[in-house]
Design a protein around this ligand. Structure first.
Ligand code: HEC
Length: 196
């Protein structure tokens, strides 16, 4: 009797595993035919943020630490320096737009060195305030711009390196001089159109 019981239980287990695995396999063969605007914005942001982080860590930090003098400047053309990270980001963003990209992205802040980086829309203002007040959280919403709706994603831009803080706090055009490492300095805003 006992043996019979065990056998039935084992069979039951085998069947439930079979059902589980066939279910899993069926799910895995399911092809993704659409990508949500949020996944798209998250993917774009991860590439933009990674490129920028590498530039800041591998190039700017080493140059400024090694020479003892600043070799990075927003007046890079006139002074023969390297452009600052924000200019690299903007140059690439403009190039991508020229090539006809439907999405767009920009660096923004409530305390901008470059006043054109201040919030440009009510959504940007709300998103910048939200990410500054909720560390570690992104802000997602929809926005109507020029008659077209967009999925707008706001990702906090964190002062991850001492050089972020040092440069912004001493910059003559910076409206804020008390940044600390790991403070939220602004945001990368990514827009993906919802209508084509
Ligand atoms: C060598 C100086 C320097 C360093 C280092 C630096 N920044 Fe900046 N940052 C600037 C300048 C200058 C601008 C404005 C550039 C322009 O004219 O577009 C700027 C722009 C920004 C902006 C857009 C708002 C604004 O102030 O115009 C954010 C956000 C920002 N930086 C965050 C960071 C973070 C985060 C780091 C570190 C990963 C960092 N910065 C490192 C100089 C620096």
């Amino acid at each position: 009797m006992k043996r019979h019981f065990i056998t039935t239980t084992s069979l039951g287990l085998v069947f439930s595993w079979l059902i589980f695995f066939s279910g899993g396999a069926a799910e895995k063969t399911h092809k993704i035919t659409t990508v949500s605007p949020r996944k798209m914005a998250d993917a774009l942001h991860s590439v933009i943020a990674a490129d920028r982080a590498v530039y800041s860590r591998v190039i700017v930090e080493r140059i400024t630490a090694g020479r003892g003098e600043l070799q990075v400047s927003e007046h890079w053309q006139a002074e023969g320096c390297l452009p600052v990270h924000a200019q690299m980001l903007r140059l690439a963003a403009v190039d991508i737009q020229k090539k006809g990209a439907e999405f767009s992205y920009a660096l923004r802040s409530l305390w901008p060195i470059n006043s054109s980086h201040g919030p440009q829309t009510a959504v940007e203002q709300a998103g910048l305030e939200f990410v500054a007040q909720h560390p570690g959280t992104n802000y997602y919403t929809e926005e109507l711009l020029g008659g077209r709706s967009y999925f707008t994603a706001v990702y906090p831009d964190v002062a991850g390196l001492p050089s972020c803080v040092a440069c912004h706090n001493r910059h003559p055009s910076s409206p804020r001089r008390n940044f600390k490492t790991n403070d939220i300095m602004g945001a990368i805003i990514v827009r993906v159109p919802l209508e084509f």
